[in-house]
Structures are given as structure tokens and as C-alpha cells.
Write a protein that binds this ligand. Structure first.
Ligand SMILES: Nc1ncnc2c1ncn2[C@@H]1O[C@H](COP(=O)(O)OP(=O)(O)O)[C@@H](O)[C@H]1O
Ligand SMILES: [Mg+2]
Length: 396
């Protein structure tokens, strides 16, 4: 079902709208003042406006559940509609629009991102409600991807900052002080200063956990809903820049198995966000993603990759785990990319997986343990394997 069809479902049958002209736009509005333009074409609105008729929502009597808008006399609009609203209870137009947007938003999630519907809606809802969002989860589980998808879905001005890569937080977040003979000392403001002054901007702070503590200190008042300003200079009190109306921040943080990062991230900073944890994909989801991304690679091979990743993740969750963290989705995507380019599982694992696991301790090492898991999926001797295939072919 398309996004529009879903929205259409949410409007009651018999809903009647009047079309007004504003500039060169034809707006279809219910008695309660809710704009429903998206649910019908411009030509339909224009025609109703020109004939002085209202539009009403009907359902085809074929039982298909399909609906359509038809012109009805204006008296229908005036007499019809929902019961009078008691005085004092305002139907918040914004609220209805926000709800419709949130609940029809799953279609805005890119197919390439695996994230369940509830989580995605919660993500959209937090942004619509102007909350600052912190995406957490282990490395390579899709935090940056989800944050970027959110930003795309919102259709608002957006800015991206990789906080993990900033060497000098002051110049990234505030700007640089320069000098020339004509102007003396002056400040070249950072892109971040522009970003926070852009109304309704969505500002992505990627890898916030890896940022320099100075960056957190600078961001503290910016992110605090009670303050919302950037201090340009630590010494001078009045040198601040206000965060514009509607600006929201979306941060990502590697939290999960990496406890150290959690501890390092200041509790006060964390309190300024709604935390949304990215789930680790299960083996079915992971296999589905890999098949979607690499339709030309043999499905069985990709299922094996998903199983390997899954087994390591299950192990990492055990009480007496022999490895600290499981293989990330990023790694299984990389590994599958190598399979696509003709590498054998054995070699692909050698390159993408093993370097992530400590070899210290020999047979008891993390690397040995992971190798043993991979080994189960490697057929020893390709010739034997081919022979078996031939056997099967000749029997068929
Ligand atoms: N949930 C997911 N859905 C789809 N792809 C994913 C997912 N998680 C990880 N990936 C893959 O792994 C890569 C890295 O994801 P990324 O968002 O950069 O991880 P993170 O920011 O959590 O470290 C992505 O480019 C994508 O190919
Ligand atoms: Mg990331």
C-alpha cells in the first residue's frame, strides 16, 4: 500500500472538504481546518473550486476498499462533517498532520535499511516532536545509515558533522580567529554556526562518542532545551549565538558491547537526548539484507555469511563468552562484497573478519574461536565439492 493510500484509509468515509484558492494553490480543507491536499490531485481540487462544489470521500462498491473523492453540492460540506466540536477543545491541526505523517512514514524508510516499523516510527516521531535523538548500538549496525535516512525522510535543511574525525573541536564548532591588516582580528564562523542558525535544520552529529571532550563541553548548552545557545568565547559572557527555532540534533554513539564508550559519554550529555537503540539483525534479517544487496551471489553462500555473523553474536552475548563482540553487519556486507568479486569465503574471512579478533593466546584466542566457526562453512577441497555437484546433476 502506498503512503497516500494509507493516509486515505485514515480519513473517514463521508469526509467532506471545501476547496479554497490561496495564491496559485488549491487547498482542500475540512470543516475542522485540516488540509487534505495530499489525498487528491490538483486537477480535482481545481475543478471543484471552479464549479463551486465540495468534495466528498466515497468507497467503490466493488468491495476492493478503494476510495475516491467526488464533487458534491456545497451544502453537503456546510451540513456535513464531524459533530460540532465542544468549545475549548481545539482540534490541533498540527497534531493530526503530525500523526498522519508519523504513521505513514514507514514507506519513507529506504529498502536498503533494515529497521523494524515501530523503531522507525519512533525515530520519525522523535524528530517530528523536535527531540534530540541519539542512535546507539554496536559499531556497524546501521546507526549512521538510519540517521541519514531519517534526515532524508524529513525534507528539512540538513547538516552533517563527523565528530569522530574532528581534531580541533573549537574550529569545527565555533570557527577560527584570523587576522589581517585591514580588519584586525576577526572570526571566521564555522559551518556549525550556520547550521544552528538555520530554522528547522536537522543537524547530524555522527560518532559523538568518539568526539573530543572539549566538543562535548561546547555542545552542552547548545543541546540543552533550557539554554539552546552556543558560547563563542569562554571568557566573554555575552558572546553567544542562539539556536534557531525548530533545530534538532541527531547524534550517533557506539554503545553496546563497548562499555568504555558509555562510561566516557557524560551522563549530562546523554540526558539531552532521546536514546534509540539500533537492533542487531537476526540471521534471517541479515541474510535478507545480503541477498537484497548482492542478488548475483549464490543465496546459500550469503546465508552462510549471515549464520557465521549470527553465531558470533550469540556467543558474544553469553555469560562466559569467548569473544567480546560479534561480527557486525558492516563486516558481513564487506565480506559478501568480496564473495561477489570472486573471493572464496576462506580468503574473504581472512581479510575482513580475523583482523578484528585478537590472536594472542594461540588456540585459546578469540581469533581461533572465530576461525572455528567460519571453518564449519568452508568446504574442504573444491574439487570434491564439484564432483558432488556433478553427481547430483547426472542423477537429475
Ligand atoms: N540495519 C542495517 N540495515 C542495512 N544495512 C546495514 C544495517 N546495519 C549495517 N548495515 C551495513 O553496514 C554498513 C555500515 O553501517 P553504518 O550505518 O555505517 O554503521 P554504524 O554507524 O552503526 O557504525 C552500511 O553501509 C550497511 O551496508
Ligand atoms: Mg557510524
Amino acid at each position: 500500500m502506498s503512503k497516500l493510500q494509507k493516509q486515505m484509509r485514515m480519513v473517514d468515509l463521508g469526509t467532506t472538504v471545501k476547496v479554497d484558492k490561496s495564491g496559485n494553490r488549491y487547498n482542500a480543507v475540512t470543516k475542522e481546518g485540516v488540509k487534505l491536499n495530499a489525498l487528491m490531485g490538483t486537477h480535482k481540487r481545481k475543478a471543484a473550486y471552479e464549479s463551486g462544489n465540495a468534495l466528498q470521500l466515497f468507497e467503490y462498491d466493488t468491495g476492493s476498499g478503494r476510495r475516491y473523492w467526488a464533487e458534491v453540492p456545497m451544502s453537503e460540506f456546510l451540513n456535513n462533517g464531524l459533530p460540532e466540536i465542544p468549545v475549548g477543545v481545539d482540534v490541533p491541526e498540527d497534531h493530526i498532520e503530525a500523526m498522519e505523517f508519523i504513521h505513514s512514514s514507514y514507506s519513507l524508510k529506504p529498502d536498503s535499511l533494515i529497521m523494524n516499523e515501530l523503531k522507525w516510527k519512533y525515530l520519525i516521531r522523535s524528530a517530528v516532536r523536535a527531540k534530540n535523538i541519539m542512535m546507539t548500538g554496536m559499531s556497524g549496525c546501521g546507526k549512521t545509515m538510519a540517521a541519514k535516512a531519517l534526515v532524508n525522510a524529513l525534507d528539512r535543511p540538513d547538516f552533517y558533522f563527523n565528530m569522530g574525525a574532528t581534531q580541533d573541536p573549537r574550529s569545527t564548532l565555533i570557527g577560527n580567529v584570523h587576522f589581517n591588516n585591514d580588519d584586525g582580528t576577526y572570526m571566521a564562523e564555522s559551518l556549525f554556526v550556520t547550521a544552528i542558525q538555520t530554522p528547522n535544520a536537522v543537524i547530524l552529529l555522527d560518532e559523538l562518542t568518539r568526539a573530543h571532550p572539549d566538543a562535548w563541553n561546547i555542545l552542552m548548552p547548545v543541546l540543552d532545551s533550557g539554554q539552546r545557545y552556543l558560547r563563542l568565547d569562554e571568557k566573554v559572557d555575552q558572546a553567544t549565538i542562539k539556536v534557531a527555532e525548530g533545530v534538532t540534533f541527531v547524534a550517533t554513539a557506539n554503545i553496546g558491547n563497548e562499555y568504555t564508550a558509555t562510561r566516557m559519554l557524560d551522563k549530562a550529555l546523554l540526558d539531552r537526548f532521546t536514546v534509540i537503540e539500533m537492533d542487531i539483525l537476526n540471521d534471517t534479517e541479515e541474510a535478507g539484507l545480503l541477498k537484497y544487496m548482492f542478488p548475483n551471489v549464490e543465496a546459500k553462500a550469503l546465508e552462510d555469511v549471515a549464520s557465521i555473523a549470527h553465531l558470533t553474536r550469540v556467543e558474544a552475548c553469553n555469560n562466559a563468552a569467548r569473544i567480546e563482540s560479534g561480527i557486525s553487519t558492516r563486516t558481513s556486507v564487506e565480506l559478501s562484497g568480496l564473495l561477489y568479486d570472486g573471493f572464496e569465503l576462506k580468503d574473504a574471512a581472512e581479510i575482513t573478519i580475523y583482523p578484528q579478533y585478537d590472536a594472542a593466546g594461540g588456540v585459546d584466542s578469540e581469533r581461533t574461536f572465530v576461525k572455528q566457526i567460519v571453518q564449519k562453512f568452508i568446504t574442504d577441497g573444491t574439487e570434491e565439492e564439484l564432483f558432488t555437484d556433478e553427481e547430483m546433476d547426472s542423477e537429475a
